[in-house]
Ligand binder design. Structure first.
Ligand code: SF4
Ligand code: SF4
Length: 471
């Protein structure tokens, strides 16, 4: 029944194929000849199948694992350089009709205050985010047909794009809302969203149904086929993710890659991003009751093998993770992180409410400037770039540029120019000094001579007050 091209969830995420893959990896995970063959294929930097990837993930030979980590770093360097794209979540509403047992917004939780932002409150939150330096947001809202209908989400997107405060503006709004209809996805596309994000939580249907006992999200097929409907509605940048710790990570890792293979097979373009959240404590949620938690070591390896298996897909890690855990996964594959995040409704403007309505505890509590400073000192280029979606480089257009390596002539100068904007408008003096140093070193790594010299001119213009250049 396994068919990556099928439009039916249970055929493109086939339980029997996943189980066969787990058994195959059990048998071959330390088969040196097979591991070397898989590594040879991985060195072509075109990705791996779910079976090949799981064998690498399961392998326990230390020397092979070193090769895996070193290849992950090489692939990351080739496609993404030292750049790390920055974003922040913006929680609009925690009203929700679903019963997800790992999330404090579940309908039966009566201890959490319910809150939904008005357009005026959204404006205040966005100004606070702009004043931190953010240019890219991920909108978050619970599923509630009357409190958070699609009209509310669309109006909120319009409000966010309309706010220009000092030199600030939000240039890309990604949206993380519940699975919806093709018609609603079309409306989101028309509203100018960047990526549509929806976490699968787990690909294991049986566990999925137990973890989502009530509400529309209980329907596994409706949820799992959401990305297909988003693509049918014209959204060609979609972001996937599972919540590691809910069920066994090997099953979900394979399911995640099968989902990516399915989107590639059916629509010619895989996911734009994959997020790798791990379960965290929150109001009325005790994360220790989830016995499948993965260690930092497994987490790091999982990110490294993902980097190798889907070289063209951005990997996102949030402030759920500690500074230390984030540093480890940045080195082996992560390309996008949040900074200065508040995971509560109204959290950027009402400090004292922050914990009351939080969806999960934030582990990395540093300010955006502290995160930027830390990244710079680790040798990364924090990037506030949003150019591709604004230049119409989405879906297969984006993927072909990335696959050819040509994207480096856009990403590198855009990262440096947007970093310069951040340094001028928002950085502390220490961050500014560290950033200037990184910019002068990294400018030399723009591959094309002409692009490099235009970027250098534009950086000077930004210092004199100009803004919003892009390649
Ligand atoms: Fe609602 Fe999403 Fe939380 Fe589930 S995970 S309860 S759908 S907000
Ligand atoms: Fe992302 Fe495109 Fe900017 Fe590169 S140029 S960082 S791919 S938006």
């Amino acid at each position: 029944m396994y068919d990556p091209k099928s439009s039916k969830a249970e055929e493109f995420i086939s339980d029997s194929e996943i189980k066969a893959t787990l058994a195959f990896a059990d048998e071959h995970k330390n088969d040196r000849a097979m591991l070397e063959d898989i590594l040879a294929k991985a060195r072509e930097q075109k990705g791996l199948s779910h079976r090949e990837a799981l064998i690498l993930l399961d392998c326990s030979h230390e020397d092979i694992n070193e090769k895996i980590f070193s290849l992950a770093k090489e692939i990351k360097q080739r496609f993404y350089g030292n750049r790390i794209v920055m974003f922040a979540p913006l929680y609009l509403s925690n009203y929700c009709v679903n019963g997800c047992i790992y999330c404090p917004y579940h309908m039966k939780n009566t201890t959490i205050p319910r809150r939904k932002l008005s357009q005026e409150e959204i404006k205040a939150e966005v100004i606070a985010l702009q004043d931190m330096g953010h240019k890219r947001l991920a909108l978050e809202a619970g599923e509630h047909p009357t409190m958070n209908p699609i009209e509310y989400i669309l109006e909120s997107i319009k409000t966010i794009y309309s706010i220009k405060h000092k030199n600030g503006e939000i240039r890309r709004v990604n949206v993380n809302i519940a699975a919806t209809t093709v018609e609603n996805y079309r409306k989101l596309k028309d509203a100018g969203i960047g990526t549509y994000i929806l976490f699968q939580e787990t690909y294991n249907k049986e566990n999925y149904e137990e973890l989502h006992p009530t509400g529309p999200k209980h329907d596994y097929a409706w949820h799992t086929e959401a990305m297909d409907r988003a693509m049918e509605g014209g959204i060609d940048d979609v972001g996937c993710g599972v919540l590691y710790g809910l069920t066994t990570y090997r099953y979900d890792f394979v399911g995640q890659l099968m989902h990516a293979e399915h989107l590639e097979a059916r629509f010619g373009v895989g996911p734009h991003t994959i997020s790798v959240p791990r379960i965290r404590p929150a109001d009325d949620i005790d994360a220790s009751t989830f016995s499948n938690a993965i260690s930092d070591e497994v987490f790091e390896k999982l990110v490294a093998v993902l980097r190798i298996a889907v070289p063209y897909t951005g990997i996102i890690v949030s402030t759920r993770e500690s500074e230390k855990a984030r540093e480890r996964v940045l080195a082996v594959g992560v390309t996008q992180i949040s900074g200065g995040s508040r995971t509560s409704v109204g959290g950027y403007t009402t400090e004292e409410r922050c914990d009351d309505t939080a969806q999960f505890d934030v582990s990395d509590q540093r300010s955006l400037d502290e995160v930027i400073n830390w990244l710079l000192k680790l040798g990364y280029i924090p990037s506030f770039c949003t150019a591709c979606y604004r230049e119409g480089r989405t879906g297969d257009r984006f993927m072909s540029l990335l696959k050819s390596g040509q994207i480096a002539n856009c990403c590198q100068p855009n990262a440096l120019m947007t970093l310069q904007e951040y340094l001028e408008d928002y950085a502390s003096s220490d961050t500014k000094a560290a950033g200037e140093k990184v910019i002068s070193e990294e400018l030399n790594r723009v591959p094309n001579d002409k692009v490099r010299s235009i970027a250098a001119e534009r950086i000077e213009k930004i210092k004199s007050g100009a803004r919003d250049f892009r390649f």
